[in-house]
Design a binder for this molecule. Structure first.
Ligand SMILES: Nc1ncnc2c1ncn2[C@@H]1O[C@H](COP(=O)(O)OP(=O)(O)OP(=O)(O)O)[C@@H](O)[C@H]1O
Ligand SMILES: [Mg+2]
Length: 271
């Protein structure tokens, strides 16, 4: 098997304090290998987006450890975390949607601007990324004027413009009709095959999950199955959490109200 890229050990996440305390993750342990395509599935409220945000180093666990390339991440300063995210990760999250009044091209170059890439080079790379998603012809359009599927493709172009190692996608086909959803899915798997990008996809779409090389099912903050066969139950599941490292979101990058709440699906409808 290829190298482990991301690992979690006994990951827990508690939101709120005292009366409003809620254990969203209750002991999550797994390894993700380079080149895998991993679907994280489970009912609404089971903790998928919470887990995704922790894996993407956008939020900190209350307990447990996340390692990236074998290195612990807990003590990294936010500046360093920003650099890691900028260099190694791509995001297809609804919260990281584009600046609607700016052009498609300007939206796509953004991660490169943050990384300090020069004007010509970032333009060249952004155009290449837009070609990959077949939207090169829309580069000067206002982002807001695109269709839903096109906007999603712009998000993918922006997510891959930095040549990330890992691409995180939270419900990438969520708001799309099935034909457009299929196109997005094919694009993601092509990136996985051709560029070796590791995919971590949260989805309610079972067809999309079936296309992934691995499915991890979450229920009430715990893993209940892992198709890789790696899964062993965490036996410290019911331990009380008394120390909350923080439910702060790093650098205000995330909306406090999880973005996925926009597409909240009622309990019981998604499986
Ligand atoms: N910032 C927060 N403060 C308090 N509780 C939260 C917060 N974010 C999430 N939760 C709670 O944690 C649980 C897990 O939420 P999460 O967003 O991870 O679920 P999900 O599996 O992604 O659901 P969905 O499929 O609806 O997107 C839910 O019960 C949710 O209400
Ligand atoms: Mg969610």
């Amino acid at each position: 098997m290829s190298k482990v890229i991301l690992s979690t050990r006994s990951l827990r996440k508690t939101y709120g304090k005292r009366d409003s305390k809620f254990d969203a993750l209750r002991g999550i342990t797994f390894d993700i290998h380079e080149g895998e395509s991993v679907a994280i599935v489970g009912k609404s409220g089971s903790g998928k987006s919470t887990l995704m945000h922790l894996l993407a180093l956008l939020d900190k666990p209350s307990r447990g450890e996340i390692t990236l390339h074998g290195r612990p991440t807990a003590k990294l300063k936010s500046r360093h975390l920003n650099t890691i995210r900028n260099k190694e990760f791509g995001f297809v999250f609804q919260s990281f949607f584009m600046n609607p009044n700016d052009t498609v091209l300007n939206n796509v170059v953004l991660p490169l601007k943050i990384a300090g890439v020069g004007f010509r080079e970032r333009r060249r790379r952004a155009i290449a990324a837009l070609k990959t998603v077949e939207l090169d012809d829309k580069r000067n359009n206002k982002a807001n004027d695109l269709s839903g599927g096109q906007k999603q493709r712009v998000c993918i172009a922006r997510a891959i413009v930095n040549d990330p190692k890992v691409l995180f996608a939270d419900e990438p086909t969520g708001n799309l009709d099935s034909a457009t959803g299929d196109k997005i899915a094919n694009l993601l798997f092509r990136l996985n095959r051709e560029k070796g990008i590791t995919l971590i996809i949260v989805t309610h779409d079972q067809e999309l999950a079936n296309k992934c090389s691995r499915q991890i099912r979450i229920k009430d903050g715990r893993i209940v199955s892992d198709s890789s066969g790696e899964f062993e139950p965490d036996d410290d599941g019911d331990e009380e959490i008394d120390e909350i490292v923080g439910d702060n979101n790093i650098d205000g990058m995330l909306d406090k109200n999880h973005p996925t709440k926009h597409i909240k699906i009622e309990e019981g409808e998604n499986e």
